[in-house]
Write a protein that binds this ligand. Structure first.
Ligand code: PMV
Length: 322
């Protein structure tokens, strides 16, 4: 595209990626068990790529603008930017990446994966390259590795596909067919908890006592399979006890903090059918299964119990849960 004077008019291209929750199976998924995850459209990351003088990253949410050449060696944003441009077969020259996100960091809602996904999509948009969700997920998995150390790949996969999935590490995701949509209240404990730490602690526990940990992972896998059947069968009310069971198993793995257990208890006392932490744990988010009638009172009880923010979301609606 040229202006009348023959100068490039600084084209800009934007893309969005939405957040996610893990419904069942976190941590055990790192060890080969299946897990269930769903997109959450109420929180988003946005990226823009535009022509610039030099190469820049403007991470607006974090108040940092820096030259790509000065990015830290393990900067996940710089990696996503470089890999995406390279995938498009172009030189990374005179380009600026701007990213903004409303997804709380280190809270189990997929902030890192969403920011990387928005980046990859914005780069592809800029160069007019069509990217299949599989290609997006493969590119963003690299920055997930920098962030998490040993990720299963569930976050970047559900965010790339934007639909509920059954995920097993190293395999293509299967669609999770939601027989009847169900409502969750997601509550942010306000305690940021980097996933790399809890994943590392589980790895250390597993190295110390492999039999005990394998038994816990298998038990979580069984809960996931039962939950999948119930979700696909369209009887989500029966998920409540499975969420409670998954939470007990996460407590046994040592990844649930007191704040998670307290928020789960508050949700159940206010009428939730079940509750569990979601994601890495030790803070982050908890999810509570509710009905449309109990959603407001459960959200209120979670806020009274100390949640910094709640999101009510419908899993399995035609558009990603809003
Ligand atoms: O990124 P988080 O906090 O939602 O956690 C991802 C889920 C884990 O199973 C804990 C880690 C992984 O890579 O699967």
């Amino acid at each position: 595209m040229k202006t009348q004077k023959g100068v490039n008019p600084k084209p800009r291209h934007q893309a969005v990626a939405i957040g996610k929750v893990i419904l069942f199976g976190e941590h055990a998924v790192v060890y080969g068990q299946p897990a269930l995850a769903a997109p959450v459209a109420a929180v988003t990351a946005r990226a823009e790529v535009r022509a610039a003088r030099g190469e820049w990253i403007d991470a607006r949410t974090f108040g940092r603008r820096y030259r790509l050449s000065q990015a830290a060696e393990r900067d996940p944003l710089a990696l996503a930017f470089r890999l995406a441009v390279d995938y498009c077969g172009r030189p990374l020259h005179n380009l600026e990446l701007i990213v903004e996100s409303t997804i709380p960091v280190a809270a189990g809602l997929g902030s890192g994966a969403a920011v990387a996904t928005a980046t990859v999509r914005a780069v592809a948009e800029y160069f007019g390259v069509r990217l299949a969700p599989e290609a997006v997920a493969a590119l963003t998995f690299e920055s997930e590795k920098l962030l998490h150390g040993k990720p299963s790949g569930i976050d970047n996969t559900v965010i790339a596909h934007e639909r509920p999935i059954v995920f097993t590490k190293g395999q293509p995701p299967e669609p999770l067919r939601v027989g009847r949509p169900f409502t969750l209240v997601i509550a942010d404990s306000g305690v940021a908890s980097p996933t790399r730490i809890t994943v590392g602690d589980v790895a250390a526990g597993h190295a110390r006592d492999p039999e005990r940990y394998q038994a816990l992972f298998s038990a979580i896998g069984a809960v996931v399979n039962a939950a999948r059947e119930i979700i696909e069968g369209g009887d989500p009310v029966r998920l409540g006890p499975l969420m409670d069971e998954n939470q007990r198993l996460l407590e046994a793995l040592g990844v649930s903090a007191e704040v998670d257990a307290e928020l789960c208890a508050a949700a159940r006392a206010a009428g939730a059918l079940g509750a569990k932490l979601s994601g890495g744990g030790r803070g982050g988010n908890v999810i509570a299964l509710v009905t449309p009638e109990t959603a407001a009172q459960v959200a209120g009880a979670l806020e009274t119990a100390g949640a910094k923010r709640t999101i009510t979301t419908l899993v399995g609606s035609a558009t990603p849960s809003a």
